[in-house]
Design a protein around this ligand. Sequence first.
Ligand SMILES: Cc1cc2nc3c(=O)[nH]c(=O)nc-3n(C[C@H](O)[C@H](O)[C@H](O)COP(=O)(O)OP(=O)(O)OC[C@H]3O[C@@H](n4cnc5c(N)ncnc54)[C@H](O)[C@@H]3O)c2cc1C
Length: 477
Amino acid sequence: MTAATAGAPQPIDREQLLARLRDAAPWDAVVIGGGATGLGIALDAATRGLRVALIDAQDFSAGTSSRSTKLVHGGVRYLAQGNLKLVREALEERAILLKIAPHIVHPLEFIVPCYRVFERETMRVGLGAYDLAAGRYSIGPTRALSKAETRERLPGVKAEGLRGGVSYWDGQFDDALMCIALMQTAYAHGATPINYVRCTALRPEGASTLVTAQDVETGEPFNLRTRCVFNAAGVWVDAIRKMANPSARPVTTVSQGSHLVVDRDFQPGTAGMMIPRTRDGRVLFAIPWHGKLLIGTTDQARADAPFDPQPSPQEIDFIIETAAGYLSRPIRQADLRAVFAGLRPLFSPSAAGSTARISREHAVLTESGSLISVVGGKWTTYRRMAVDALAAATHAGILPVGRSRTANLVLTQDDMLIASADDVLKAGNGLQRFSAHCRRFTQARTEADVLARRARLEFLDAASAQRAATRLRNAAA
Ligand SMILES: Cc1cc2nc3c(=O)[nH]c(=O)nc-3n(C[C@H](O)[C@H](O)[C@H](O)COP(=O)(O)OP(=O)(O)OC[C@H]3O[C@@H](n4cnc5c(N)ncnc54)[C@H](O)[C@@H]3O)c2cc1C
């Protein structure tokens, strides 16, 4: 597979984007939602030569797409469930993302520490099958490790009762920065992606749809006439479907997943740790991320879907307790640098049952004339979901048939963003320069946009983020 080289970011002027929204000329596609799914669709559509607008009620990635475990993976547990097709598809996408976003996605070694008799042998076979499923897209060998090798690679691992481990390779990335790269690339290809513009109504009008939207900052209303609406609103997808058809049956269930962030000295070294089976039947990861250790996740069904979900005390306790079985130094509440939660949109036609059993596979629904809703899925397969969404639009005769170019399209490389939060923010007036860059090139509008989803500081160290926010406010005063 070959790919073109990455472009540098261009300045993006909100006033110009708003002027495009005011323009009465019809759109080929309006995308609702600026997370992984919506941005993937906007990029795919724009690179086919379509006239595309993307609106998000919040910042890009502020929904679920900045709150993931940051893995580009096939999903070891899907293989355990026998869902080989899903795993293979995701592993192929992993190879594509390593190629089109090498500045954001990289291979990471994971170690499973083994304590039970024959655990190492069974894990070796299972993870060997995971690597076999990758075929020519394999990114590293799976192998059994002795007790000494496991301790060497996972210096913080609990040594008591340890029998050995298994090493395998998967992908890791920065989710929010990937969203920014997708947005910048879509913009460079002629799309109009804009944050803080909320969709308030949808009305089918003959062969087209009228999307009513509102600038969240100023209240200015917009009427966007379009041939096709892509509903990529994540866990809010049903609310958008109801705008077009008030009697639409919900197809999404919501599951909350939470993470803790602690200092790296709880588990130094370059490898991530994978715990294959927690008390609630999930996989738990402890992975190095921007100089910290990220531990998660949980799976808790929720009836509501707030824009800013928070981890419950029970989830935090659960992660601390589970990690204590595998780390030599137990984590205390006082050690937590940051905690965050995200909401998984799970496709569930029956909207019933345990959320852990519902497949992460996505669904594309064509309804109410030209409304195409994309439900479920995962970060790793956002590109494939976009291809499927565009295929649904062409199949329904809404958009012209075209070929996706995204498998070979290298995403914009914004070096200022990619430099780690620490490097950027420590240096003198680096914080203000960084903030100015984020506002000019990435559509950051607020302090949280800069500190949470560009610097990632709010996700890494909440107290430092607060101090940085004060510094930014003082500098602006
Ligand atoms: C805890 C957790 C860990 C995960 N870990 C991984 C992982 O490691 N790897 C992986 O591949 N996947 C992972 N996933 C899955 C992945 O993160 C999600 O599938 C993906 O981020 C969903 O993206 P999305 O664009 O569909 O939704 P979102 O990112 O939620 O985007 C939807 C957007 O729609 C916007 N919106 C809502 N209503 C409106 C409106 N009226 N007008 C305009 N905009 C609106 C919202 O503001 C939001 O930004 C994880 C998920 C969770 C919850």
